[in-house]
Design a protein around this ligand. Structure first.
Ligand SMILES: Nc1ncnc2c1ncn2[C@@H]1O[C@H](COP(=O)(O)OP(=O)(O)OP(=O)(O)O)[C@@H](O)[C@H]1O
Ligand SMILES: [Mg+2]
Length: 249
């Protein structure tokens, strides 16, 4: 049995695909069997985030239409053998609820973690992704529009009676927090009344694919929190303490 987790957000572009890909990588580095699933049928790009776009032969629609077995559609990661991608493809329309259920059930038997990348918002794509999961990760940024929408997602998730809903704050800027221009991460968690999974800083080293360089341990901390129930948070603020002091003077 896998932990089946939907990675969701209200607002678009806040980092769901980045979190799904890099959390998948970090969990696979812990020798866990992980599949990342692209349930964003319109703006699918999870394959790019794990540099697998040239290795796709079949996609999940081929599985749903019995054109191939699920194992044939899974793309194994080049460097992490326990990480797989189940790709999607745009332009093939939608998938029946029954097909989604069959796919998730098959993955459940094969992996320790099924991480589902979800389209933004609380419409059909969100419903499809959340329905067969038992946990959710809400990704938001420390901006008011993102927080308001994250709150709506949290409310929309209630009907699925999930075992756990956790929040990741992405694109934190310690310099802006120190200058009083951005909400502190713990204010964000408290505003959302949320169970924190982690904090990710705004990161200039994220390359054009969305893949984080391996020497960054941000996602290792998130994976450890998720898998082992730790509660570690990166210290995004102390290196900006001089700004804090200057402001206080
Ligand atoms: N912490 C970060 N620092 C810098 N850039 C980031 C960070 N997180 C994500 N990004 C960049 O922001 C952009 C949007 O991220 P991503 O595609 O993961 O968002 P998304 O929530 O999946 O978007 P969509 O709603 O369109 O699916 C990408 O170009 C990504 O590389
Ligand atoms: Mg995305």
């Amino acid at each position: 049995m896998a932990r089946k987790i939907v990675v969701t957000s209200g607002k678009g572009g806040v980092g769901k695909t980045t979190v799904t890909a890099n959390l998948g990588i970090a969990l696979a580095k812990m020798a866990l069997r992980v599949v990342i699933v692209d349930f964003d049928f319109t703006l699918n790009n999870l394959d790019i985030a794990v540099e697998a776009e040239n290795n796709i032969v079949f996609d999940m629609f081929d599985v749903a239409e019995n054109k191939c077995r699920i194992k044939q559609a899974l793309v194994q990661n080049k460097t992490l053998p326990s990480l797989f991608l189940l790709p999607s493809v745009a332009g093939k329309g939608n998938m029946s609820e029954c097909a989604v259920k069959t796919i998730v059930t098959k993955l459940d038997e094969m992996f320790d973690y099924v991480l589902i990348d979800c389209p933004a918002g609380i419409e059909e794509g969100f419903e499809r992704s959340a329905k067969f999961c038992d946990e959710a990760i809400i990704v938001c940024t420390p901006h008011l529009a993102s927080l308001r929408d994250a709150d709506k997602v949290a409310a929309a998730l209630i009907k699925y009676c999930l075992n756990d809903v956790k929040v990741v704050i992405n694109r934190m800027r310690g310099d802006l927090v120190a200058e009083g221009k951005m909400l502190d991460a713990f204010e964000v968690f408290s505003l959302l009344n949320a169970n924190p999974l982690g904090i990710i800083e705004e990161d200039d080293t994220i390359n054009c694919t969305g893949y984080v360089e391996p020497n960054d341990n941000t996602f290792d901390i998130l994976a450890n929190n998720l898998h082992n129930g730790a509660t570690d948070m990166i210290d995004y603020l102390s290196k900006h303490k001089s700004l804090l002091k200057r402001k206080a003077r």
